[in-house]
Design a binder for this molecule. Structure first.
Ligand code: PEP
Length: 252
């Protein structure tokens, strides 16, 4: 039985005071939630402040990127050890905004996945097709390429720790949500890919989140699909009540 996992991706939003207030609001909202894991992935500069707010709460803290080298002359980058130092548990990797705006490729994402695991943190690996790719019937090929490329050389033990987020690019921040049937079909295919590479046992244990315009109004139906184990939430995670509305949708 996979435990639902709902994570907020705050992206490049909020100021310090707003980040602290939102973290306090989420911590309070989930006080009695015992049916799901919850995390917020914050901008690097608020990691310290938010970690302090959430240290005795049910909410884990994550970030949205990292660099794979341990230390050295990498101007502007942040290492996994630096993140660990500030109470970080999750690192979103391969988000479509990093793949498509910042030009990150599978080979770089793969190095980051390995660095995050080596530091004892958990990668949330994002995969997803663009609209033209879906319309050309290429969704499964794109997902397979991202899956194999980003996870090259990952052992079955490590695979069990990784969270995958299926995020159709055309649904992110657009208000266009994948239908539960569309999302479920891709999640089921992703689980088959995991089973082929790592065996059914591992595939059955990996949590696959859906991301793309998830809101309180559509969360429950998506989260009720057999292969959808949670959500990665952008816009709706910026308010404690809408984030909580989605978390409630994970209650079975
Ligand atoms: C995201 O960026 O991971 C995301 C799913 O965004 P939104 O919920 O705003 O579509």
């Amino acid at each position: 039985m996979r435990r639902p996992f709902i994570a907020g991706n705050w992206k490049m939003n909020l100021n310090r005071a707003e980040a602290v207030t939102l973290a306090e609001g989420v911590a309070k909202a989930v006080e009695n939630v015992d049916y799901a894991d919850v995390a917020v992935c914050v901008p690097f500069v608020y990691l310290d402040a938010v970690s302090q707010v959430l240290k005795d709460s049910k909410v884990a803290v994550g970030v949205q990127n990292c660099y794979f080298e341990k230390n050295g002359a990498y101007t502007g980058e942040i290492s996994v050890e630096m993140l660990k130092d500030f109470g970080c548990t999750y690192v979103i990797l391969g988000h479509s905004e990093r793949r498509h705006i910042l030009g990150e490729c599978n080979a770089v994402i793969n190095k980051k996945v390995k660095a995050v695991l080596a530091a004892g943190m958990i990668p949330i690996l994002c995969v997803g097709e663009m609209l033209a790719e879906r319309e050309a019937g290429e969704t499964d090929d794109i997902i397979a390429e991202q899956f194999y490329g980003s996870l090259a050389g990952i052992s079955p033990e490590d695979m069990k720790k990784i969270v995958i987020a299926y995020e159709p690019v055309w649904a992110i921040g657009t208000g266009k949500v994948a239908t539960p049937a569309q999302a479920e079909e891709t999640h089921a295919n992703l689980r088959k890919l995991i089973a082929v590479k790592y065996g059914q046992n591992v595939a059955d244990s990996v949590r696959i989140q859906y991301g793309g315009s998830m809101k309180p109004e559509n969360a429950q139906e998506l989260l009720n699909q057999p292969n959808i184990d949670g959500g990665l939430i952008g816009g709706a995670a910026l308010k404690a009540d809408s984030f909580m509305g989605i978390i409630t949708g994970a209650k079975k």
